[in-house]
Design a protein around this ligand. Sequence first.
Ligand code: SF4
Length: 61
Amino acid sequence: MRVVIDRNKCIGAGMCLGIAPDIFSLDSERKAVAASVDDSVRPMVESAIVCCPVEAISIED
Ligand code: SF4
């Protein structure tokens, strides 16, 4: 699986970092970036998807 961030939507709210700090971080433009992950963290990523206020996070399989 791959975690995809829509940089045009991300407002840097940081909810995803709060849920999964090992996966998400903010870059110098205060946009979220996601680490490479395997399927074991899918539930955590799904929680971040639900919590993102602008629906900027998605999963590509
Ligand atoms: S929760 Fe959504 S808007 Fe906030 S930093 Fe993460 S991807 Fe961006």
